[in-house]
Design a protein around this ligand. Structure first.
Ligand code: SAH
Ligand code: SF4
Length: 411
């Protein structure tokens, strides 16, 4: 046992932050993000008879996820009495947007405010990033406030406070993006916004690559992604949703079976010693075990490849020998390799590899038969690129500091 403040001194122990904060539901919870079953129960609490609930769920689903309404009042096909009853107990609120930043390249970042556990204390903030591209637009969604883990190259990992997001707060990020982009029937995008122009929706893909480790918030991420996939609602197919994990091995098979989305693995190193340092979770689940879980990922095939993310750190993991070992390691796994130029953040101890080196590395893995796009950093001017997400206003309160000191760490 040690506290996180001492965790740097703990030599080999794998360090994982225990979620500090619990979620305290507001007096009037939002229906956004509830599964159909939970929504049916909620309808039961306002007196909707059991045999009507399925139909009513369908009606609400349509108003929330196809029309995007923000009040019960707007649900004109629902009887006035039921609207009043719902309004007394529930909302269709999304997380509150406290800031919006727009990058020169069209990337948008929203800072969302979420309630903390203790009334009157500073609320939490998470970020959500919109990355438009030709013909598609990807929303990068967060799963936790902060992150349970402490990868040494990642800004989010340095954030001490952790709370799991609820399904409503995860689905809420998609709703916020569509609200802000005018992506509901009859809406129009803000002036100058870059959005797909093919007549389809403005959010076409989702990546669980914002703040947090999604597989350490498994149930909420699963429930949320099932709502997002639902064909009668937001309807983003699971082939267009990618869940990225730093390697929570026991939950990889579960993700395949229960969520069924595409999988990305933050590999970043090709030997255990280095990976132990970069991704401390490796001290618990070694590379060989992680790759076994990938081989067994349900549905994995050449048509459904696993993406391996590899951050390019100068002089650390970017040699040609590393590239060779990478190719060897991935042999037999239907894979794509995503090389990510390291995005620096204030106080980070790494440098991004030289461009020439990234090209050499990329060429080697390409010649070995892997598609190996180098991910162009997006939204760098607004600190929206990979691993740069961290609430700017983080400052610990006295209570948080005390909780932190008392916090148990698992070895
Ligand atoms: N926690 C999950 C998902 C969020 S991070 C995970 O680790 O997979 C999304 C991706 O950005 C991961 O591959 C992560 O390793 C990478 N990343 C983190 N910090 C980075 C940085 N400073 N520069 C480039 N990529 C980074
Ligand atoms: Fe957490 Fe992913 Fe950052 Fe690691 S890279 S600290 S798992 S968000």
């Amino acid at each position: 046992m040690t506290t996180i403040l001492e965790s740097k001194a703990a030599p080999r122990g794998f360090v994982e932050k225990t979620a500090l904060e619990a979620y305290v539901p507001p007096a009037k919870p939002s229906l956004v993000g509830m599964s159909r079953a939970v929504l049916a129960d909620a309808l039961g609490t306002v007196g909707v008879p059991e045999k009507q609930r399925k139909m009513r769920v369908q009606q609400l689903w349509n108003w929330m996820y196809i029309r995007g309404v923000t009040s019960f009042d707007a649900m004109t096909s629902v009887s006035k009495d039921l609207r009043v009853a719902l309004d007394a107990k529930f909302t269709v609120d999304r997380p509150e947007v406290v800031a919006e930043q727009v990058s020169q390249d069209g990337t948008r970042k929203w800072l969302l405010r979420l309630p903390g556990e203790h009334q009157g204390e500073r609320p939490h903030e998470v970020e959500c990033v919109y990355i438009p591209d030709s013909g598609r637009a990807t929303l990068c969604v967060s799963s936790q406030v902060g992150c349970t883990l402490t990868c040494s190259f990642c800004h989010t990992g340095t954030q001490r406070l952790v709370r799991n997001l609820t399904p409503g707060e995860i689905v809420g990020q998609v709703m916020v993006a569509r609200d802000r982009l005018g992506d509901w029937p009859g809406g129009t995008p803000p002036e100058g916004a870059i959005v797909p122009t093919d007549g389809g929706r403005f959010v076409t893909n989702i990546v669980m690559m914002g703040m947090g480790e999604p597989l350490y918030n498994f149930d909420a991420v699963r429930d949320a992604l099932l709502v997002v996939q639902d064909g009668d609602g937001i309807g983003i197919s699971r082939r267009r949703i990618t869940l990225s994990t730093s390697g929570v091995v026991p939950n990889i098979a579960r993700a395949g079976a229960e969520i069924g989305t595409m999988l990305a693995i933050s590999l970043h190193a090709v030997n255990d010693d280095l990976r132990d340092e970069l991704v401390p979770l490796n001290r618990k689940y070694k590379i060989a075990e992680l790759l076994d879980a990938c081989r067994n990922y349900p549905g994995v095939s050449n048509a459904k490849r696993i993406t391996f993310e590899y951050v390019m750190l100068k002089g650390v993991n970017d040699s040609l020998d590393d590239a060779k070992r990478l190719v060897k390691l991935l042999k037999g796994i239907p894979a794509k390799i995503n090389l990510i130029p390291f995005n620096p953040w204030p106080g980070s101890k790494y440098e991004c590899s030289d461009w020439e080196q990234i090209e050499k590395f990329s060429e080697y893995v390409f010649n070995a038969g892997y598609s190996s796009p180098v991910r162009t950093p997006r939204g760098r001017d607004i600190l929206a690129a990979c691993g740069q997400l961290k609430s700017a206003t983080e400052k610990l309160s006295q209570r948080e500091r005390m909780a932190l000191r008392a916090m148990a760490m698992t070895d």
